[in-house]
Design a protein around this ligand. Structure first.
Ligand code: GDG
Length: 471
């Protein structure tokens, strides 16, 4: 069936789960993207194309709670080379300021091209005449161009959820030109921050040689491509409502109790990823205790490390490093019933996340580089009493909006220690002043506003493009 809106993303918004009877069913995966896009999909008779996880072949399109989903199968080799390899071993570190060394392998690139082509062909099959296709993220940067070649009638948008690096770093990529040309297949290329859009425009001018002016690229065929920032957000009202619920309120109290009712609780919640700066923040906290500035009776650090990309070697090493550090800190600093760090390598339901946000006095978000960081925004949305402190890395996209956080440079250990301490000691009045301002920002710029502004902008760009198609 032909659809007026096609969402193309590496993953489908559902996970496969095996029930006790051995039957497999689908469960909606947690995360804001689905809830942001769901209303848009429903309004436009949309369909979502993506990999459902796993290696099962020949999966059929299906509906989940009224949403049309089209699974694209991946082979074990494709997962290894497209997903774990080129996406997460090459692009992810390269786009995050080479926090880790990106690997360049020609076989990975070949598979990246092949998988992108399959996504493009599937989207071309599903799209009605003149339909809108919205392609997501770094795993699929070639899809816009491939799709435009197959279907020049479509309106194509692309959104990058992670940073787009400065030319000096992007230049390293052996396939830099192909990636830029891939993205230029779109009418609108969206980024988290204006700086990323500028990086892209500059690279297109330097590397591909197209004329550019401000946020526009002029292609030789008369088409224009716009590159602009659309900072992503969260369902602020939804989080607030969850945080206010009786169940979450009770659970938050129970969490504090279980931790021994310390004076203050520090919290980190991240995918276990080397960009997130988990190691450095735990070290900073540990030093504050060994310096005698904090005690394990007064403060505990709860770190939730959500398992991620466990088959990629970097991630396995990182886990070992962090767990060794946690073991050492607890061994050196903790007492019976009073560990310095309460470390959890697991993922939780959303309600438990909300309860943790409500239980925590100081939220610590210290990535070396992050496209946005939704955890920081979720914490703010859950602070219904306008208290609690946010310590936030300058290098998270969220720092552009959450100016009242305690902003830190995660490479500066002493600076980070000072900020943690300040946040710990801040007066309620000071906390309220900061939290109020941040809550206002998030209430006004929620994820619905994000999706709406991207779709509206795309419609406008698409109309311009259509004009140029007319003879
Ligand atoms: C990428 C970019 C950008 C985490 N653990 C659990 C759980 N989560 C949810 C959080 C949050 C989301 O996952 C994580 O989003 P982040 O933004 O913090 O980070 P990435 O995963 O790296 O996301 C990032 C984002 O895309 C969106 O564009 O902001 O910069 O790197 O929503 O709440 N949810 C549940 N259980 C968990 O254990 N239910």
């Amino acid at each position: 069936m032909a659809h007026d809106l096609v969402i193309v993303a590496n993953r489908l918004p559902v996970d496969r789960v095996k029930g006790p009877d051995g039957k497999t069913t689908w469960r909606r995966s947690p995360g804001g993207l689905v809830s942001a896009i769901e209303p848009v999909m429903r309004a436009h008779d949309g369909v979502w194309v993506g990999w459902p996880g796993g290696t099962e072949q020949r999966l059929k399109p299906f509906k989940d709670d009224g949403l049309a989903l089209v699974p694209l199968s991946m082979t074990a080799e494709e997962i290894e080379e497209h997903y774990e390899g080129f996406s997460n071993g090459t692009l992810w570190p390269l786009y995050h300021d080479v926090v880790a060394k990106p690997e360049f392998h020609r076989e990975w690139w070949d598979t990246y091209v092949k998988v992108n082509r399959r996504f493009a062909e599937k989207a071309a099959d599903l799209a009605a005449k003149g339909a809108t296709v919205w392609v997501h993220d770094y795993q699929l940067q070639l899809v816009p161009q491939m799709l435009r070649e197959l279907r020049p009638d479509l309106r194509i948008g692309f959104y990058l959820h992670i940073p787009f690096p400065p030319a000096e770093l992007f230049q390293q990529l052996p396939w830099r030109r192909q990636i830029l040309e891939g993205l230029l297949g779109a009418d609108l290329v969206g980024f988290q921050l204006p700086g990323a859009a500028q990086n892209f425009i500059r690279l297109v001018r330097q590397r591909v040689g197209h004329k550019t002016h401000r946020d526009l690229v002029y292609l030789p065929d008369g088409r224009t491509v716009r590159a602009a920032a659309f900072p992503i957000s969260i369902d602020a009202a939804g989080f607030q409502e969850m945080a206010e619920s009786e169940a979450v309120t009770e659970r938050a109290a129970a969490i504090r109790e279980a931790l021994g009712n310390p004076k203050k609780i520090f919290l980190g919640i991240d995918r276990l990823d080397y960009t997130k700066g988990i190691y450095a923040r735990l070290r900073a906290f540990g030093e504050l205790i060994s310096d005698g500035r904090l005690t394990v009776d007064d403060a505990v650090f709860v770190q939730v490390a959500v398992p991620s990309r466990e088959r990629v070697e970097h991630y396995r090493n990182l886990r070992d490093d962090i767990e060794r550090l946690v073991g050492r800190l607890n061994g050196d600093l903790g007492r019976i019933g009073r560990p310095a760090i309460s470390y959890l390598h697991t993922s939780y339901p959303r309600e438990e996340m909300a309860a943790l946000y409500r239980a925590a006095d100081v939220m610590v978000v210290t990535p070396y580089r992050d496209g946005m960081n939704l955890v920081a925004k979720e914490y703010v949305a859950c602070r219904i009493h306008e208290d609690g402190a946010l310590v936030l890395s300058e290098f998270a996209g969220a720092a552009d909006e959450l100016r009242q956080a305690w902003l830190v440079n995660p490479y500066d250990m002493n600076g980070m220690k000072a900020a943690l301490l300040e946040a710990y000691e801040a007066e309620p009045k000071e906390l309220a002043r900061r939290m109020k301002a941040m809550r206002k920002q998030i209430a006004q710029h929620d994820v619905k506003a994000w999706a709406d502004s991207f779709m509206t902008e795309l419609e406008d760009e698409g109309n311009n493009h259509r004009k140029t198609l007319r003879p």
